[in-house]
Ligand binder design. Structure first.
Ligand code: GTB
Length: 213
């Protein structure tokens, strides 16, 4: 059965592949699973029909027969569980790879999202500059540790996994901030992820929505 995902009809990132349909597309491409995309407007996202799929009125969603999922991390995990290629087969390494999924989404991403909130929603506050410095310090704390753990490895736990897919996608959100420049091994880690053919196919697919081509 070919799953259907939802994505922004008009993504505010203007095709940079930062919205959360991107990791889902990337995961589907990695495992060679074709998929349909239903584009949703900001208005439609908040209506009951879409909220039946995604209670918070957001993208992405994932429909596969009777199965309806939301939360990009849960969707990527589901894809990784049901196809070869995104999680190791042996139990120990599989558990370690799953740990990196959670690390990406619950330890690294929140501080990066705080910076986005600061940049996009708090710019007019008198305390904006001061807060931004604090938030960026918190990001650097996380990146110091992540960089130390990655060291000169290609991927976080030996072979590429769903944990790397989500970590790379999370780090991509720092693009343009200059923060990653202080971490050469993380910069090349992200570039390694972006060089994967599956990433490129996913990126092109979401870009085509923006350009209309
Ligand atoms: N935890 C959920 C998940 O991982 O699926 C979060 C889903 C989510 O935040 N979806 C966003 C959304 O639907 C789109 S991706 N927002 C509409 C709303 O909440 O009303 C987040 C996003 C949006 C825009 C950019 N950007 O422009 O760079 C990047 C990421």
């Amino acid at each position: 059965m070919i799953p259907t995902i939802t994505a922004f009809e008009q993504s505010p990132d203007r095709g940079q592949g930062l919205a959360r349909d991107m990791p889902v597309r990337w995961a589907l491409e990695e495992v060679g699973q074709p998929y349909h995309v239903r584009l949703v407007s900001f208005g439609a996202m908040k209506e009951a029909t879409h909220r039946a799929l995604q209670p918070f009125g957001q993208i992405p969603t994932y429909e596969e027969g009777d199965l309806i999922l939301f939360e990009s991390g849960a969707i990527v995990f589901h894809i990784a569980e049901h196809h070869a290629g995104l999680l190791p087969n042996d139990a120990i390494n599989r558990a370690r790879a799953i740990t990196w999924i959670f690390a990406a989404l619950s330890t690294v991403e929140p501080v990066i999202v705080q910076r986005e909130i600061s940049m996009y929603l708090e710019r007019d506050k008198v305390w904006h500059e001061e807060r931004l410095l604090i938030v960026e310090d918190r990001i650097r704390n996380r990146l110091d540790d992540l960089s130390a753990r990655l060291g000169d490895r290609e991927w976080l736990n030996g072979v590429f996994s769903a944990g790397d897919l989500l970590m790379v996608q999370v780090l991509r959100r720092l693009g343009g901030s200059g923060i990653l420049d202080g971490y050469p091994n993380l910069t090349t880690y992200v570039a390694r992820g972006e060089a994967r053919p599956a990433f490129k196919r996913a990126f092109e697919a979401q870009l085509a929505v923006f350009t209309g081509k």
